[in-house]
Design a protein around this ligand. Structure first.
Ligand SMILES: [Zn+2]
Length: 88
């Protein structure tokens, strides 16, 4: 299978991604491979100067491995699994 996406870049898109995630229709976690809407995210890491967390934590498993559809990456089970194989 040829690699269609840059998994390193996709991982970078999962941190400090508050704006991207909140403007996404759907988000997915590449640790537990579940999907959810941004409103379900209630924990954020990497607080900025005013204390607002910039990196979403998965509402299902609590891992900072969330990608939003606004990142341009496909939030599909296949892609999340490919990310998981690469990173975990
Ligand atoms: Zn998860």
């Amino acid at each position: 299978m040829s690699r269609k996406f840059d998994l390193e870049a996709a991982h970078k898109a999962s941190i400090y991604s508050r704006e991207q995630v909140q403007s996404s229709e759907i988000c997915g976690c590449f640790y537990c491979c579940d999907t959810f809407v941004p409103d379900e995210i209630n924990q954020w890491a990497d607080r900025d100067k005013v204390g607002i967390g910039q990196t979403p934590l998965c509402p299902k498993c609590g891992i900072d491995s969330v990608l939003g559809s606004a990142s341009g990456y496909p939030i599909t089970l296949d892609f999340l699994r490919e990310m998981k194989r690469h990173w975990f």
